[in-house]
Design a protein around this ligand. Structure first.
Ligand SMILES: Nc1ncnc2c1ncn2[C@@H]1O[C@H](COP(=O)(O)OP(=O)(O)OP(=O)(O)O)[C@@H](O)[C@H]1O
Ligand SMILES: [Mg+2]
Length: 221
């Protein structure tokens, strides 16, 4: 296995005084499927935001495929994210006034304009994989919570990212739907060697990960 991501001495402060992440060192191999656990407020989402270049560290270095991405400007960070990162956010952010298909396509409209039949085919393939093709053109507010979460995952997968960062993808879902979502992520992980970092409060999901990282008050235990 080879390294895809390395954090070295990473600190994050939002107010310039208190550090929310404290001297994080972390090395992740290509294709790893990692669970991140820790209490509310321990710094899990902050860590994902920094790894995904949504935010920058206050101090320290982040290397992606050997390249130091820590202090890219916002434009370079956006390019980097589009190319490499798929996000499944803690709150899934589907836009209710758009269909399922439109919600999945929105990021690619931003990248390459609105006319793309090819992309629509790809979305249908992903939805088929998830056994969700029958809801492709439904209003996104008229589907279940578990389906919404899987649509948010489909959106994250569309550009075939190298890393998927998922912030509680099974939060608020029953155990059967949680298991379905886990199986789906694992399938993608195996099929494309996509690296996964998954924040979870669910011990059953954590137990199925290749490795679990525990954060406590901004420190990796
Ligand atoms: N944008 C922000 N500005 C200021 N403080 C923030 C910001 N985002 C997070 N924090 C603070 O940083 C700390 C870590 O927050 P973070 O969101 O990373 O925690 P978390 O582990 O994801 O928690 P949860 O499990 O509740 O989602 C918390 O004390 C939080 O209040
Ligand atoms: Mg969080």
């Amino acid at each position: 296995m080879s390294e895809i991501l390395r954090l070295s001495g990473v600190f994050k402060s939002y107010d310039g005084k208190n550090n929310v992440l404290k001297n994080i060192d972390l090395k992740i191999e290509k294709g790893e499927f990692i669970g991140i656990i820790g209490q509310s407020g321990s710094g899990k989402s902050t860590l994902l935001n920094i790894i995904g270049a949504l935010d920058t560290p206050s101090k320290g270095e982040i290397y992606f495929d050997g390249e130091n991405i820590s202090y890219y400007d916002s434009e370079k960070r956006a390019q980097f994210r589009n190319k490499n990162i798929g996000f499944v956010f803690q709150f899934h952010f589907l836009l209710p006034q758009f269909s399922v298909m439109e919600n999945i396509l929105i990021p690619s409209w931003i990248e390459s304009g609105k006319d793309s039949h090819e992309k629509e085919e790809e979305v249908l393939n992903i939805l088929k994989d998830m056994e969700l093709e029958e809801i492709a053109y439904r209003d996104s507010q008229n589907i279940s919570g578990g389906q919404q979460q899987r649509i948010a995952i489909a959106r994250a997968l569309l550009n075939k990212p190298r890393i998927v960062l998922a912030d509680e993808p099974t939060g608020n879902l029953d155990s059967k739907t949680s298991a379905q979502i886990y199986n789906l992520l694992r399938k993608i992980n195996k099929k494309y060697s996509t690296t996964f970092l998954i924040v979870t409060h669910n011990p059953e999901i954590a137990a199925l990960c290749d490795r679990v990282i525990e954060i406590s008050d901004g420190i990796i235990k």
